[in-house]
Design a protein around this ligand. Structure first.
Ligand SMILES: Nc1nc2c(ncn2[C@@H]2O[C@H](COP(=O)(O)OP(=O)(O)OP(=O)(O)O)[C@@H](O)[C@H]2O)c(=O)[nH]1
Ligand SMILES: [Mg+2]
Length: 380
């Protein structure tokens, strides 16, 4: 039995079952008698037989009408039955989705944060999107988008978690589908949105709790994102930055995570000087002031003058250094949480391009990633 599978089964057994020996599979558990469930005595198990509930799997589809009937006729506590049903459903779901989370991709990176934090934009610039309009007009991510990114020495599976509230709730309710086998967490906080700090920190805390519960030990990279060059000198920014960094560092140290906090901005990519960033933001950002064609052209020409040859040179270098393969068509896996209840069968697995396996460890990945961040000018 793979150690990953063993780990999940052990968690289930410890929490929900009274067993002396750990079974080998979810289906083995589903075939067991209900009286192996915690708080289900042999007597209760016998009572359930009358309702054709002989194995745990038979509990999965019991509806509330039948629950009421059983409670009325057997005097089994309703809350207890509801709990057994829930456990059976969890096990059944774990069994059905086993292929999703039992397969360990070589390097799994999950990118989380509230909606509008700038996760997808950051990833797009990391991947080398050079057309700025493409980065600033991204739609909100629906569910989780998984992309394979190939960087010089290694391959990454990057999971971009859409941050809208209903998606966030889904991840927290179904953590086993998302938070297993993680090598790196990138948590993105919009440093410019101080009104949502509490909400973001709360979400972050919940994720860390889950990760610890699963006994995962990923490296954590926190991006204090939207640290745009033109605001870095402002007092507000510096105070907020210090406050947030302190809170996060304390929380991560207390939980013994290896971590790093960095300031990032997509405007760094284009701008090494604050003035330049400001013009870019005016041109492309959400508060863009350049509306007429004349205004746009004049602003753009100002920027082009400022765009010195070293930056152009940098662009060329980057193109050669980082080869990003964004999987085409069906190869981008989108876990849309809104389709959770769909009865449609899952799409066939994508035909995978065989990539050369290379041996690397987490330190290599981190140092490569740091290099990419730096090269992309996402960080200082
Ligand atoms: N000022 C500034 N704005 C940014 C930066 N990065 C992203 N943005 C803007 O932030 C907004 C949201 O960006 P997205 O990348 O779609 O945000 P997201 O976190 O992926 O949002 P969801 O997919 O809904 O979770 C867009 O208007 C981006 O242009 C940055 O570094 N600085
Ligand atoms: Mg997004």
């Amino acid at each position: 039995m793979s150690s990953d599978k063993e780990k999940i089964i052990k968690i289930f057994c410890k929490k929900f079952l009274d067993l002396e020996k750990t079974p080998n599979s979810f289906s083995e558990i589903l075939n067991m008698k209900p009286d192996v469930l915690k708080d289900c005595s042999k007597e209760n198990g016998d009572k359930l037989k009358k309702y054709k509930i002989i194995q745990i799997r038979h509990l999965v589809k019991i509806d509330s009408k039948n629950v009421k009937k059983i409670v009325k006729e057997t005097y089994i506590n309703e809350e207890q039955i509801e709990k057994w049903i829930l456990v059976a459903q969890l096990l059944s779901r774990a069994w059905k989705k086993r292929s999703l989370y039992l397969k360990k991709s070589k390097q799994k990176i999950i990118v989380l944060g509230l909606n509008n934090a700038g996760k997808t934009s950051m990833l797009e610039s990391l991947k080398g999107k050079t057309k700025f309009g493409d980065i600033t007009n991204l739609p909100p991510t629906k569910g989780v988008e998984i992309q394979k990114v190939e960087v010089e020495n290694f391959n990454l599976m990057i999971w971009d978690f859409g941050g809208q509230e209903f998606h966030r709730q889904d991840y927290l309710k179904n953590p086993e589908e998302y938070f297993l086998h993680i090598d790196l967490i990138i948590y993105v906080i919009d440093i410019q949105d101080s009104e949502r700090y509490d909400e973001s920190l709360e979400y972050f805390e919940k994720i860390l709790e889950i990760i610890r519960y699963f006994k995962e030990n990923p490296y954590v990279l926190v991006l204090l994102h939207k640290s745009d060059p033109d605001i870095r000198q402002s007092v507000d920014f510096q105070i907020n930055n210090e406050m947030i960094s302190e809170i996060i560092s304390t929380s991560l140290s207390e939980r013994n995570f290896n971590f790093e906090l960095i300031q990032s901005s997509i405007y760094n990519f284009y701008a090494n000087e604050p003035e330049f960033a400001k013009s870019f933001k005016q041109f492309f950002g959400p508060d863009k002031i350049a509306n007429t064609v004349e205004e746009q052209v004049s602003l753009l020409s100002e920027m082009v003058i400022k765009l010195n040859s070293s930056i152009i040179h940098q662009f060329q270098e980057l193109k050669d250094l980082i080869k990003v393969s964004n999987l085409k068509g069906g190869d981008i896996i989108n876990l849309k949480t809104s389709n959770r209840n769909s009865t449609q069968p899952p799409p066939p697995p994508p035909k995978k391009k065989i990539l050369q396996e290379k041996k690397f460890n987490r330190n290599d990945v981190m140092s490569e990633l740091r290099k990419v961040f730096k090269l992309r000018n996402l960080t200082d």
